[in-house]
Ligand binder design. Structure first.
Ligand code: AHR
Length: 512
């Protein structure tokens, strides 16, 4: 929770109230996404034909990618798409490689060899120490196939698909918890695009069957951007009691989370860095739609009220980095600030979020790029790394006073519903170790902001700074223009802290 007062005359100030805790942050908001798209899987996480053999594990996984991702403790990876799901038949991707069929891939215009499939993904998740999240094919797929996939992954009985998993060398079930009921089924690019009512009906029927097979799974409904009539209609239809006595509590909805997606981007720095504030509005409105469905459907307020699964978010301009060409964005410092604002938004709205997945994790719209010989950490990697490492526990109250940006925004309505101060702030307190962590983005391109910081109790503060020569610098030209610099700041002298123009600063201290 960050409150804000415009202050044109006085100096900026940030007041932090570490003892005023708001919401528990679900670590799953730092999740990732690996789609069969461009070089995300092949040449990204899986690269068995790379001539530099030292770069790959015996399974063909990129070691440098694993080593970069592991320290971030990314909790969950979504797979295999995205739009890719709409023609994916998971049975093509199991068993001996030589018997796996190559298929035309219609979402991105590629050929899918199926050399990387369910068992490889499970093994990669194991290697990166994350949980899998699988998205079901609502395009050309059938309910039978979906049931078979759940049985293959989670089955413990003496049944066909569970036995096939065993025969493929995986005796223990994978216990895949998270399953999505399709992806972006509202989009006109989608194979088997549906109306909201057709989708909702199908999702409800599939959900019943899937939960009968495995009541332990978490089912994720396909929403749109949050504040849309699609979101309202599918929530209204699907958030109702299961009506299946075998599932136990009949008042519990079948749906456990509601997925929304949003990408922001602009060539204009200020539009670029204020755009992610739209996501805050998406979450707020969508959360109200969940409440409305509960009220209209007569569901009692329960612990099982679905949260939002923001399972695709990032800075992406499709005209600049088209999906059909692999969507390889070259991120600037401005984009790093935008990603930090995105992450501030997710933290501030933690109350409503059960999961969020940066889209995507390697090469495609990603902070991490591979070449044949190594990896490049793009500018956006650094805010993502800092948040994954430090912004955990509970959100805490912050009050910000500073001047505000008053120019155009993209989307335009950001201004109508959100304030756009020059600084964007979120703060957390780590429940175990007592660390307070504050992330401050100074969006201003020219002005360093000398700011009074209240609430540090005179602590010695560890400072992480991310900035660069100008907002356009990138890390892709063979030199690292943007990275993390660390320093200490003694707040006991009551001095002001200077947030450099166009920067991300993380302040961290222990209050125990
Ligand atoms: O992340 C890239 C694509 O963007 C995904 O496949 C799709 O779901 C979205 O439109």
């Amino acid at each position: 929770m960050t409150t804000y007062t415009p202050s044109k005359s006085s100096k900026p100030s940030i007041s932090i109230f570490p003892n005023h805790k708001f919401s528990k942050i679900d670590r799953n908001i730092y999740s990732g996404f690996t789609e069969h798209m461009g070089r995300c899987i092949y040449g990204g996480i899986y690269d068995p034909s790379n001539p530099n053999k030292h770069l790959t594990t015996p399974e063909g996984f990129r070691k440098d990618v694993l080593e970069a991702l592991r320290p971030l403790s990314i909790p969950v990876f979504r797979y295999p798409g995205g739009n890719f799901c709409a023609t994916y038949h998971w049975q093509d991707g199991i068993g001996p490689l030589s018997q796996r069929p190559s298929r035309p891939e219609l979402a991105w215009g590629a050929v899918e060899t199926n050399h990387f499939g369910t068992d490889e993904f499970m093994s990669w998740c194991d290697a990166v120490k994350a949980e899998p999240y699988l998205c079901l094919n609502f395009g050309t797929g059938t309910l039978d196939e979906a049931l078979a996939w759940v049985e293959y992954c989670n089955g413990t009985k003496d049944t066909y698909w569970a036995n096939l998993r065993r025969a493929n060398g995986h005796a223990a079930p994978y216990n895949v918890k998270y399953w999505a009921l399709g992806n972006e089924m509202w989009g006109d690019w989608q194979l088997n695009q549906m109306t909201a009512s057709a989708y909702a009906d199908r999702a409800w029927q599939w959900a019943k069957a899937l939960k009968l097979l495995d009541p332990s799974i978490v089912l994720i409904l396909c929403g749109k951007e949050g504040p849309t009539s699609w979101d309202y209609q599918v929530l209204k239809h699907c958030l109702r009691p299961a009506g299946l006595s075998d599932l136990g509590e009949t008042q519990t909805p079948l749906i456990d989370m509601h997925s929304i997606h949003l990408y922001t981007a602009s060539e204009d720095h200020y539009e670029n860095v204020t755009g992610p504030l739209a996501a805050g509005r998406s979450i707020e409105v969508c959360s109200s739609l969940i409440d409305l469905a509960f009220v209209e459907n007569g569901l009692p307020p329960t612990q099982n009220r679905p949260k939002i699964c923001f399972d695709e978010w990032n800075v992406w301009s499709p005209p600049r980095a088209p999906g059909s060409k692999g969507a390889e964005e070259e991120y600037t410092l401005s984009d790093a600030l935008a990603v930090a604002v995105w992450l501030n938004v997710l933290v501030r709205n933690a109350k409503d979020l059960g999961m969020a997945c940066i889209a995507q994790s390697v090469n495609v719209i990603s902070p991490l790029m591979t070449t044949e010989t190594g990896i490049v950490k793009q500018t956006t990697w650094f805010p993502y790394e800092l948040f994954c490492r430090y912004m955990k526990g509970h959100t805490v109250a912050v009050h910000l006073e500073c001047d505000e940006y008053t120019g155009p925004t993209k989307p335009k309505w950001v201004r109508a519903t959100k304030e756009t101060p020059w600084m964007d702030v979120s703060a957390t307190v780590d429940d175990d170790e007592g660390y307070v962590t504050v992330c401050v983005v100074n969006m201003h391109l020219e002005m360093d902001l000398s700011t009074k910081i209240n609430g540090t109790a005179g602590a010695n503060i560890h400072v992480f700074s991310i900035t660069g020569a100008n907002d356009k610098v990138t890390n892709m030209a063979g030199k690292e223009e943007v990275g993390i610099k660390e320093s200490e700041w003694d707040s006991s002298a009551n001095a002001e802290f200077v947030f450099p123009r166009c920067s991300i600063t993380m302040l961290r201290w222990n209050q125990k």
